[in-house]
Structure formats: structure tokens, C-alpha cells
Write a protein of this length. Structure first.
Length: 198
């Protein structure tokens, strides 16, 4: 297994007094005093997906005649492993891919809404498809969107998906900006460890 870098970045300190170290200590709301490693992150993601899958199975089974169901996903550190080493294509976040595969095998459309800039649209689309996601739609930010609030931008994309006739049965992301603003029956938040994951 390849080496993965820890999520929590530490500041190298040399020849600093104990008093200075106390002043530099992480805030009380930090996720943990220890580094969060890849295995912990995967376990934490699996815990959330273990909550999502039973709901999705039930909701998919209760599809109304003519209803087009969709799930909306964030990309970085949600559907793809962005902060653990670098490779291209980036690997899928396996707990999320497992849920996505169940949904796509049962006719649910998968939409991806990201704050990534439009210039890397084709690379992102290829990456998602290469690791196993069936992409029904990929929303990236164009030049004008770069100046908009991320949460408002993502909410607007979910509205657009609804306007195409889809019922968004779940919205899955790792940041509050991925999930705020409504326009999804359920939301599932993956860990970001107080914003340490993008």
C-alpha cells in the first residue's frame, strides 16, 4: 500500500519555549490532537455511508411512477481521494463509490457539483468515469461563478437539477457548503476534520 500523508498538517517548531508552544496549540475545536490518517478517514467515511445506504435502499424501492431520482455528490475528498497523495486519475473514495454503484445500478442518476474551475472539467469528468462513477451531470464553476459564494453556487446547481425533473433523494459532501441551502431530501456529511480536508 502506498504511503499516504496525514490529514492534519503540523508546524515544525525548533528552539521554542514551552510557553510559546502553549500559545501555538491547536484551538479547542480541533478534530483531534493526533494526526488523522488514511485508515481513520476511510473508517469515518464508511460510518457515514453505513447510515446512508439503508435510507437509499428504502427510498429507491419507494420510487413513484415516473419519478427520476438523483443523488448529488461533492468531488474532493467525497467521491475522490484528493488529499491523500497525488496521482491521476485520483482513486475513488471507496465507501462512497460503493453507495454510488448501488444507486446507479438501480437507475438513480449521479450528479457531481464541485467548486473546481471549469478549465479542468474534462480531466474531472474522465477521472470520475475512470474509477466507476456513471456521470449524469458534472457542474464546475465558470469564470463568473468563481466570484460567487460556494454554498450559493452549489445550491443553484441543485435547483437546476430539480428543474430538469429530478428528485434529489440525497446530497453527499464533506463540507457545510456542499450541503446547505436545501434542495435534497437527505444530506450526509463526510468528515472534513474542521476544514482540514478541502
Amino acid at each position: 500500500m502506498k504511503s499516504r500523508r496525514p490529514l492534519v498538517r503540523r508546524i515544525a517548531v525548533t528552539a521554542v519555549s514551552t510557553t510559546a508552544l502553549v500559545a501555538m496549540a491547536a484551538p479547542a475545536d480541533a478534530a483531534t490532537a493526533e494526526d488523522v490518517d488514511y485508515t481513520t478517514w476511510q473508517q469515518d467515511c464508511q460510518t457515514v455511508m453505513n447510515q446512508a445506504l439503508p435510507y437509499l435502499k428504502q427510498r429507491i424501492a419507494a420510487t413513484k411512477p415516473g419519478e427520476k431520482q438523483a443523488i448529488v455528490f461533492d468531488i474532493d475528498n467525497t467521491t475522490l481521494e484528493t488529499d491523500f497523495g497525488f496521482s491521476y486519475p485520483q482513486p475513488a473514495n471507496q465507501p462512497v463509490l460503493d453507495v454510488a454503484e448501488y444507486a446507479q445500478d438501480h437507475g438513480v442518476a449521479l450528479f457531481f457539483v464541485t467548486a473546481r474551475p471549469g478549465i479542468i472539467y474534462s480531466f474531472t469528468d474522465y477521472n470520475l468515469k475512470n474509477v466507476g462513477y456513471e456521470v449524469s451531470g458534472l457542474y464546475v464553476r465558470n469564470f463568473i461563478d468563481l466570484f460567487k459564494d460556494v454554498a450559493a453556487y452549489k445550491t443553484a446547481q441543485r435547483v437546476d437539477i430539480e428543474n430538469k425533473g429530478y428528485t434529489i433523494i440525497a446530497n453527499i459532501g464533506n463540507s457545510a457548503t456542499d450541503l446547505s441551502g436545501g434542495h435534497a431530501e437527505k444530506t450526509y456529511k463526510l468528515p472534513d476534520y474542521n476544514g482540514q480536508l478541502s
